[in-house]
Design a protein around this ligand. Structure first.
Ligand code: C5P
Length: 242
């Protein structure tokens, strides 16, 4: 059985504050997007990758990826979910499985892809890679003015702690996330239409009452977001490529 992957790569990467979107920054000899594509194709059942790029993207066309026959490009949208929908629209077989993977996660390992695929194929509602939360989790709140309290408390802009959240069942959602094309497409459309907050694919399925599975993945499958993530991702990639 063969699968398609959709890679949303239409973000601007404003938190990186670089001269180009983060997926086009080079680490360990290649752009982040090229590493990401290589990692996905390391799985023998991933035969095709649909990449959503932003309108007028001046970077993609100069990459060797642009002439790879296994790759198709679509125009992304305003939000990540719109970019994913654009990618899904290019898949004709509604009953096939799709993996959605962030362009900015170049360090995903083959063993994690294999565990995800195995779990998803046996699931009702798909599966996602996820990492258990390690730190103690706090819920913050805005502080209200109170005459008895210090000015620092009022004016610092810092939040206060209201509670410690039980971390036993808390996970970081990673990608890839793997679903049946029809179920994912319909869930995203309904969630977007009804204005639900959708920050990954699983959140659309949850919104529609489905229960995707959590598959434990490695925490080093990081999403390159801030400038300091580049060195870390470079280090992990050197280990992977060796
Ligand atoms: O911004 P964030 O890091 O959450 O983006 C995750 C992924 O979604 C990135 O690979 C980014 O390029 C992609 N994205 C997209 N279309 C958007 C916004 C983000 O394809 N409109």
């Amino acid at each position: 059985q063969q699968f398609t992957a959709v890679v949303p790569a239409a973000g601007v990467g404003s938190r990186m504050a670089a001269d180009r979107p983060k997926q086009y920054l080079a680490i360990a000899g290649k752009t982040i997007l090229e590493h990401t594509v290589d990692r996905l194709f390391s799985h023998p059942a991933i035969e095709r990758i649909i990449i959503a790029i932003s309108k007028g993207d001046p970077y993609f066309a100069s990459l060797p990826l642009a002439s790879d026959p296994r790759i198709q490009v679509v125009e992304g949208g305003t939000e990540r979910a719109d970019s994913v929908c654009a990618g899904l629209a290019a898949i004709s077989d509604e009953n096939s499985w799709v993996l959605v993977h962030d362009a900015a996660r170049p360090c995903v390992r083959l063993a994690d892809l294999e565990r995800l695929v195995t779990a998803a194929l046996q699931s009702e509602d798909g599966a996602i890679l996820a990492a258990p939360v390690r730190d103690t989790m706090k819920r913050g709140c805005r502080l209200h003015a109170n005459k008895q309290q210090s000015n620092y408390r009022h004016n610092s802009g810092l939040q206060g702690i209201t509670e410690t959240v039980d971390r036993d069942n808390l996970w970081h959602a990673l990608t890839p996330q793997m679903f049946r094309v029809k179920q994912l497409r319909e869930s995203l459309q309904q969630a977007l239409k009804e204005g639900a907050v959708i920050t990954d694919e699983a959140s659309a399925l949850e919104y529609c009452g489905y229960t995707p599975l959590l598959v434990k993945g490695r925490a080093d499958n990081l999403k390159v977001t801030q400038p300091e993530d580049l060195a870390l991702a470079g280090f992990y990639l050197e280990q992977l490529i060796k």
